[in-house]
Design a protein around this ligand. Structure first.
Ligand code: 5AD
Ligand code: SF4
Length: 433
């Protein structure tokens, strides 16, 4: 009667939020189901960032709805960003959804379930909070080596293409000592690597503590060997943060620094608050202070009014910076956003596709070149699991690159020195030394 099955779509924040939801429900005597068929309640934790993320959820709901014919009591719920942005579409009868709850409403889930069972009427809770950080809930990590920790939630940047400020509300940060407690608890459970999460993680601020202070505090937990963070914004990289990163060996030398576009006019229309040159300047400063830094990025092609010439600026920045990896997307117009109100989605689909292909091909060549430069180097690899091949182990180096090597008796959570012998665009292959 009280078995819950959860499925997660979208970003790492959603992965963490699903862990929060599981903790809230198990604290209220719900149990977790391994498969949807065994569940009396199915929750999809969803993403709205692009149209195809939403399509996936609607398709999944269509399949799950069929389970209701064998199990009349089955409750289907949609959580997260789509609950917030697609309320009408989800609550109409066709979707087969009984409960929807936005990212700040998870503590209400036990009540929503009870009310639905009592009244049989669709339940929703979509209030966005200025305060909710779930800081009183320490979720159970899904992994034995890595854990996520949300340190701030929401976003105030209002990049014009992005729906997140509307689905997740305003920025709010957690007390650093509460985050420290969560980190200590994770360390006691054997976690070796934490990734600090926020929609705009380096704008973290709690009283006098900024993001650099927070990272220093967390790095004092002995058994945590590596600290990562994602996703930062260009505007919040004071020298102080770069110094703390450079000086603290536990803070991984990897920055995921979203570029979004290389052309200053487009960046301006996106409200990114930096020009092409300012982005390149920050990259130079970062490399000056941390020569071995791994840099990765996010890029959108085909933002409204982007011409072929504008796009060349994106290729130019990619060529100059030589990111180690990139997530690349076609612009997808989102409801509510400033871009959807001000700028018609006027770049033809074929143009978007051809730009994306060109960009992906260029980035692949760069990633391969950069990975090949690692051949002969020895990296400390934190073992996270098994590779695809028999007896192969898989882990990541400090720069967040996947490294595979023949098993040498090491277990998950061990640090192993691995000499790189081969490289693909996505993986370094080596042997323990
Ligand atoms: N269309 C395409 N990509 C988007 N992103 C955010 N909003 C959109 C959109 N409307 C991308 C950005 C962001 C990443 C998480 O998703 O690159 O950094
Ligand atoms: Fe969206 Fe921009 Fe906020 Fe990132 S910083 S969540 S892209 S609005």
């Amino acid at each position: 009667m009280n078995k819950v099955y959860m499925e997660t779509y979208g970003c790492q924040m959603n992965v963490y939020d699903s862990e929060i939801v599981k903790r809230i429900l198990t604290d209220h005597r719900f149990e977790l189901a391994e498969k949807p068929e065994e569940a009396s309640i199915i929750f999809l934790n969803t993403c709205s960032v692009r149209e195809n993320a939403q399509q996936k959820v609607f398709q999944r709901l269509h399949v799950l709805k069929k389970l209701k014919s064998n199990n009349k009591e089955l409750i289907i719920g949609v959580l997260g960003c789509m609950a917030q942005s697609m309320r009408q579409e989800l609550l109409n009868g066709k979707a087969g959804v009984d409960i929807i709850a936005g990212p700040d409403s998870y503590k209400r889930l036990p009540d929503l379930i009870e009310n639905f069972r009592l009244n049989g009427e669709k339940e929703f809770e979509l209030t966005l909070s200025e305060y909710e950080t779930y800081s009183d809930i320490f979720p159970e990590p899904d992994d034995d080596v890595n854990a996520w920790i949300a340190v701030m939630r929401g976003c105030n940047n209002f990049c014009t293409f992005c729906i997140v400020p509307y689905t997740r509300g305003r920025e709010r940060s957690r007390d650093p000592y509460n985050i420290l407690q969560e980190t200590q608890k994770l360390a006691e459970q054997g976690i070796k690597q934490v990734t600090l999460l926020g929609q705009n993680v380096n704008s973290y601020r709690y009283n006098q503590y900024d993001f650099a202070d927070l990272m220093k505090i967390i790095s004092e937990v002995d058994d945590i060997k590596r600290i990562r963070f994602t996703s930062p914004h260009h505007k919040d990289f004071p020298l102080k943060l770069l110094k703390v990163m450079a000086e603290n060996p536990k803070i991984c030398k990897h920055i995921h620094l979203p570029l979004q576009a290389g052309n200053t006019r487009i960046l301006d229309l996106m409200n990114r608050t930096y020009s092409k040159e300012e982005f390149l300047d920050l990259v130079s400063l970062i490399r000056q202070m941390m020569p071995d830094i791994t840099l990765t990025t996010d890029i959108i092609v085909g933002f409204p009014t982007e011409t072929e010439n504008d796009f060349l600026d994106t290729l130019d920045v990619i060529t100059k910076v030589e990111f180690d990896a990139a997530f690349m997307f076609k612009y997808s117009e989102r409801k509510h956003t400033i871009a959807s109100r001000k700028y018609p989605d006027d770049v033809p689909e074929e143009e978007k596709s051809s730009r994306l292909i060109e960009l992906v091909n260029l980035q692949k060549r760069i990633a391969l070149k950069k990975n090949r430069q690692h051949i002969g180097h020895i990296f400390e690899v934190l073992v996270e699991g098994k590779g695809k091949k028999p007896a192969q182990l898989l882990g990541r180096n400090d720069g967040n690159k996947i490294v595979v090597f023949p098993g040498n008796g090491a277990s998950n959570g061990d640090m192993v020195s691995v000499k790189i012998e081969e490289a693909t665009a996505n993986t370094l292959i080596g042997s323990a030394v």
